[in-house]
Every structure is written in structure tokens, then in C-alpha cells.
Design a protein around this ligand. Structure first.
Ligand code: ADP
Length: 248
């Protein structure tokens, strides 16, 4: 349905970031959004802020958040609809933590549809569950016991993982190997989106490496958009950050 991987026909970026708990989505969302000049919208952060501020929404979701379960789809629809109305989303947005269920994905499609818009890509940050568990426990966060974590993974597998197929069918899915150093994951995400990456542009090496299929059990769909954006006028030199930690 959507234009098979042609990111930016409209010169913007409407993106979502998918991935299991602790996959580093939040970190990547900030880095990507900053370089693309779009807001990173974390529904988890929004809800936590609402709780902290003691708003009506905050009071409604407080217990749910504490329990680690998902806030209901109708409430999330309100939250996201309202947030996407704000002017800073005009050039695009990067949603982190939404959608998390199939009905939420349909809602997002509807919200965008009402504005005559559609999603450009769904980036899936893939990290093996055992690695995620090791990361979290290694961090020594006592709010995340192994049991709670396993439960969060279970919810992810049951409720959120089906979104992979949903976006695959729409030709929007971009798989990225998230089991890598942070700057390298960022670089791979840019590559998957067809956004010029300074380091990659310089050497050509990182882009080629990122394009190599099979590193993440990918279905071979990712390098579709290669170079589109790079060539496409979003030429505001993507990121002075230019970190491109060469890997092993
Ligand atoms: P994570 O720690 O996995 O990054 P988030 O910070 O995205 O989790 O979200 C924290 C909590 O906020 C979730 O466990 C859930 O209770 C609630 N939440 C956030 N986004 C959604 C959503 N799209 N649907 C339902 N609940 C959500």
C-alpha cells in the first residue's frame, strides 16, 4: 500500500521504532531524531511525566505503569492523537513505544490517514532476548528483576511482535541488528532508512557492512531505500556527530 520504501516523497520522516524491552530504542530514538530534525516521541516518557505531574491521565495510568502492563489502546490513542497534533511533528516524527499492539498500529494508520499522511518506515531493532536479559541484569537495576523482565518480554512477544508482520506486509519494515555498539546501531538505522551517514559516506565501508544481509536473520527487505534520502535533498549534512565507531 504505502510506497514501498520511498522514504521522503514528501520530504519528511514519519517513523516508528520497534523493538523488545531494553533493546536500546530510547537511546537510538534520541540520536536519530536529533539528526533528522524531528521530535522523538516516547509514549513511556509521556506517561511517566503525566504521573509525575499528577494530571488526570497520570492518575489514570499510574497503577498500570507500576504493574508493567500496557495502558489500554483507547487511552493511548488519545495521547498519541493529541501529541501528533502539535506543530513540531510537521516535518515528521519518530515514535518510540507506540504502537505496541495491532489495534494501536491501526489507530496510528487512521490518525495519519485523517491528515492525508502515512508512515514512511518501521525500524525494528533486533536483539536476542538472552542478550537483553544479560544487559538489564548486568546493569543491576533492582526494579527490573529477572521475573519482571521475562514478563515484559512475554508481553512484547504476545502483543507487540505481531507488528513485525503487520509492517512487513506494508513493506515498511526495516530490520536493524541492535546487538552492536550504540553508534554502530545508529549508523545501521540511518543506512536502513537510506539517510546519508557521514562516516559511511566517507569510507563506504560501514554502509556496505550494514547492507550485508544475514547479520540479524533479516528477511532481506532492508536495503530498499538505500540512498534515496541521501540523494533526495535532505542534504542538511546529516549529523555533525559523525561518529562511526569502526567495529571489529
Ligand atoms: P520500555 O522500558 O520498554 O522502553 P516504555 O518506557 O516505552 O517501556 O513504557 C513504559 C510503560 O508505559 C509500559 O510498560 C506501559 O505500561 C506504558 N506504555 C508506554 N507506551 C505504551 C503503549 N503504546 N501502549 C500501552 N502502554 C504503553
Amino acid at each position: 500500500m504505502a510506497g514501498g520504501g520511498e522514504l521522503t516523497g514528501h520530504g519528511g520522516y514519519r517513523l516508528i521504532l520497534l523493538g523488545p524491552p531494553n533493546s536500546g530504542k530510547g537511546t537510538q530514538a534520541g540520536r536519530i531524531a536529533e539528526r533528522l530534525g524531528i521530535p522523538a516521541i516516547s509514549t513511556g516518557d509521556m506517561l511517566r511525566q503525566a504521573v509525575a505531574a499528577g494530571t488526570e491521565l497520570g492518575r489514570r495510568v499510574e497503577e498500570i505503569l507500576a504493574s508493567g502492563e500496557l495502558v489500554d489502546d483507547a487511552t493511548m490513542a488519545e495521547v498519541v492523537r493529541e501529541r501528533l497534533r502539535e506543530g513540531d511533528t510537521r516535518p515528521g516524527f519518530l515514535l518510540d513505544g507506540y504502537p505496541r499492539t495491532l489495534p494501536q498500529a491501526e489507530t496510528l494508520e487512521a490518525i495519519l490517514g485523517e491528515r492525508g499522511e502515512e508512515l514512511d518506515a518501521a525500524v525494528l531493532v533486533e536483539v536476542p532476548e538472552e542478550e537483553l536479559l544479560a544487559r538489564a541484569l548486568g546493569r543491576g537495576r533492582d526494579d527490573d528483576t529477572e521475573e519482571v523482565l521475562r514478563e515484559r518480554f512475554r508481553v512484547y512477544r504476545e502483543k507487540t511482535a505481531p507488528l513485525v508482520g503487520y509492517y512487513e506486509e506494508r513493506d515498511l519494515l526495516r530490520r536493524v541488528d541492535g546487538d552492536r555498539p550504540v553508534p554502530e546501531v545508529t549508523s545501521r538505522i540511518f543506512h536502513a532508512l537510506g539517510v546519508a551517514d557521514q562516516g559511511a559516506a566517507r569510507s563506504g565501508g560501514a554502509a556496505a557492512a550494514a547492507a550485508r544481509p544475514g547479520s540479524s536473520g533479516a528477511s532481506g527487505g532492508s536495503p530498499v531505500a538505500s540512498g534515496t534520502l541521501a540523494a533526495g535533498g535532505h542534504g542538511r549534512a546529516v549529523g555533525a556527530t559523525g561518529k562511526e565507531a569502526r567495529k571489529r
